[in-house]
Design a protein around this ligand. Structure first.
Ligand code: G3I
Length: 331
């Protein structure tokens, strides 16, 4: 039997996977064997749990919680406030006009209270606010209805509501391009200002949607050190390693080449070495999936194109990347 990943890293951090109803079925054995934390890929997002004002739909999320419980896994909650996948009714009055600040805050509070208290004590960390920072330009926050209608303090308010609903859950700000120096500084500035205001925020989630080529290890180390200097916890929340460069639009690659797999194994080794080096700050490392038979990268950014970003292949067998990661755990 192969070594369980989560056992290999038990002195360092939890090993997680994002799951959905389909992968809970198809990858059940692999998930239960190697992982001791799960995140709902979509099933706890706003539009899934709260499709209309007085209707909450928790079936899929509850099934995920039951799967985690029966396998002794922790759960990361994802996500309460995002510019994406929020039901449109949230921002609209019955007559079709846009709601005012007080109405939106009241709706936000009701949403967060309901969702967070449902899983109180069962979710060890919540991605309270996801991807609020702007990717480019001078402005700190990306344009969104949250920002337009409430103003910048929609972020602080979300954390306050979540903390009131479950004072023991760790509350995270989660984002991507975390290693890009200019975005990294914006994320740092945002979290620092929340901490300075006394907002209950406990950590930064580094999504880690990386590739064979990007980012470089120094950029990752710098991001981790910069964030850790704020005294907050760090979680790696959505790790995957695309075999394509971000501007590679080829559609004729039907299987990963030997070269891709070797490079991927090398990258995974470097990444896990960094995570281990900083494991004093990093308590949880979650992949955005588990094995190459399912990844959100199938079809992104190029339609109908397959990708192979994980440690396990399409038949759930360990790739060289798995053995390299294990080597890091043992070194
Ligand atoms: O379930 C519906 C299905 O009924 C419908 O027929 C089909 C038609 O498009 O769509 C299905 O929903 C899709 C859903 O994934 C489930 O597969 C949505 O269109 C699609 O937009 C959605 O994508 C998700 C994406 O977030 C939304 O932006 C991905 O699965 C999910 O992996 C991805 O996860 C995000 C994190 O939450 C935040 N960080 C980035 C990460 C990757 O984009």
């Amino acid at each position: 039997m192969n070594t369980k990943l989560h056992e290999a890293f038990q002195q360092h951090f939890l090993i997680g996977a994002a799951v959905n109803p389909r992968t809970i079925k198809l990858q059940r054995e692999l998930l239960a064997y190697h992982f001791n934390s799960v995140t709902a890929e979509n099933e706890m997002k706003f539009e899934r749990v709260h499709p209309s004002e007085h209707e909450y739909t928790f079936d899929a999320a509850d099934q995920l919680m039951a799967f985690a419980k029966s396998n002794g896994m922790g759960v990361r909650g994802h996500t309460l406030v995002w510019h994406n996948q929020t039901s449109p009714w949230m921002f609209t009055n019955e007559d079709g006009s846009t709601v005012d600040r007080d109405t939106l805050l009241a709706r936000l509070k009701a949403h967060i209270e309901t969702v967070v208290s449902r899983y109180k004590g069962e979710i060890y960390a919540w991605d309270v606010v996801n991807e609020a920072v702007s990717d480019s330009g001078e402005e700190l926050l990306r344009p969104s209805k949250w920002l337009d209608i409430i103003g910048e303090d929609f972020i602080a308010k979300a954390f306050e509501y979540a903390h009131a609903a479950d004072p023991n859950a760790l509350l995270f700000y989660n984002d991507y391009n975390e290693s890009d120096p200019s975005k990294r500084e914006k994320i740092y500035t945002l979290v620092k200002s929340l901490l300075d205001q006394g907002v209950p925020i406990h950590g930064i989630g580094l999504q880690a949607h990386w590739s064979l080529y990007h980012p470089n290890i120094d950029e990752i180390r710098e991001a981790i050190e910069r964030y850790a200097s704020l005294g907050v916890k760090l979680h790696i929340t959505e790790l995957d390693v695309s075999v394509f460069r971000h501007d590679d639009r080829r559609t004729d690659v039907v299987a990963p080449t030997e070269e891709m797999l070797a490079l991927q194994a090398e990258r995974y080794k470097q990444f896990f070495q960094v995570f281990k080096d900083y494991s004093e700050h990093i308590a949880s490392v979650t992949f955005w999936g588990a094995a190459d038979d399912y990844t959100w990268l199938d079809g992104f950014p190029v339609r109908d194109r397959k990708n192979w970003p994980f440690l396990f292949d399409t038949a759930h067998q360990p790739k060289q990347s798995y053995w390299n990661v294990l080597e890091v755990a043992r070194s």
